[in-house]
Design a protein around this ligand. Structure first.
Ligand SMILES: Nc1ncnc2c1ncn2[C@@H]1O[C@H](COP(=O)(O)OP(=O)(O)OP(=O)(O)O)[C@@H](O)[C@H]1O
Length: 277
């Protein structure tokens, strides 16, 4: 473990585990503040793309988090021979995945609207800085001790320039946009698609594009046949469905931007807008 990290923080118990490492509770030696340290094991990074993404994670998180109240804050970074350590805000959870699955019932529209608004605030600020998250999913949506949403895990994020596109298949099957699955060039609106999947899941309790295997899910995403089964969505407002359709628009040029989602009448009305304008 890095000497600097040991000097500046007391490391506590493990609180989570990801693909390339683990997250521990830690305490600042000077103030006693409780934080989290994400330790990435560099020796497990055999794939060059994974290595590149992990090496950029700290820099991109710093860029995304500056003055952005809905992105996890990064307090320090340490690197040694075998590991990279990111000291982050401690987010006590439950994350959005646990909130959706633990509840059993769909999330009421006003509550879902607050969550989507905060998520889009986070993404809009990232997109304006030229950062695409590329792995927006409920597990990466966490909450701080005041209940404020924090987007985490910039381990798949990419920087893009004005008018520039990205490529490469990253993300998680249920949430990934069709242009990514199809191996085409794409832009930051892939994050809006993923957030649209989250909104559908919160209001309906099922994913919009389903399959038993990753391949089947990808096929369903590419067909892009968006439906609102009556038995599940009969009590969901037309305004919410309208927003979902505009976020899950297969044609990325017609899909809403994060900024436009924030101005949609369902969001502006706090999930209470009942009529389409
Ligand atoms: N800042 C944090 N505060 C508290 N718990 C955290 C924090 N960041 C991550 N965690 C927990 O640690 C777990 C692992 O996080 P990490 O970002 O390493 O992996 P992951 O989200 O599974 O990413 P990957 O898809 O790269 O494996 C998360 O699922 C979450 O429960």
């Amino acid at each position: 473990m890095s000497e600097g990290l040991k000097r500046d923080y007391e490391i506590g118990e493990e609180i989570g585990r990801g693909r390339f490492g683990a997250v521990f509770r830690c305490f600042a030696a000077d103030s006693g503040e409780a934080l989290a340290v994400k330790t990435i094991d560099k020796t497990q990074l055999t794939d060059p793309t994974d290595r590149q993404l992990v090496e950029r994670e700290a820099k991109i998180t710093l860029l995304a988090a500056a003055g952005n109240p809905h992105v996890v804050q990064i307090h320090a970074v340490y690197e040694d021979e075998s590991s990279i350590h990111l000291v982050l805000d401690l987010l006590p959870g439950p994350d959005l995945f646990e909130r959706i699955s633990g509840r059993g019932d769909p999330i009421p529209e006003p509550e879902a609207a607050v969550i989507i608004a905060q998520l889009m605030e986070a993404l809009n600020a990232c997109h304006q800085r030229g950062i695409a998250h590329r792995d927006v999913k409920p597990d990466n949506v966490m909450f701080d001790s005041q209940g404020r949403l924090r987007l985490v895990d910039f381990g798949s994020a990419e920087c893009f320039g004005k008018g520039m596109t990205m490529h490469g298949v990253v993300g998680t099957p249920y949430y990934v946009a069709p242009e990514v699955v199809e191996g085409r060039e794409y832009g930051e609106k892939v994050d809006v698609w993923s957030a649209g999947v989250i909104l559908y899941l919160m209001l309906g309790g099922i994913p919009p594009f389903y399959g038993e295997t990753a391949t089947e899910i990808f096929e369903a995403v590419m067909r892009g046949n968006l439906r609102f089964p009556r038995r599940i969505f009969s009590s969901v407002s037309p305004a919410a469905k309208d927003l979902i359709r505009r976020m899950l628009c297969r044609d990325a040029s017609r899909r809403l931007s994060a900024d436009q989602v924030l101005r949609h009448h369902w969001i502006v009305g706090g999930g209470r807008a009942l009529h389409l304008t």
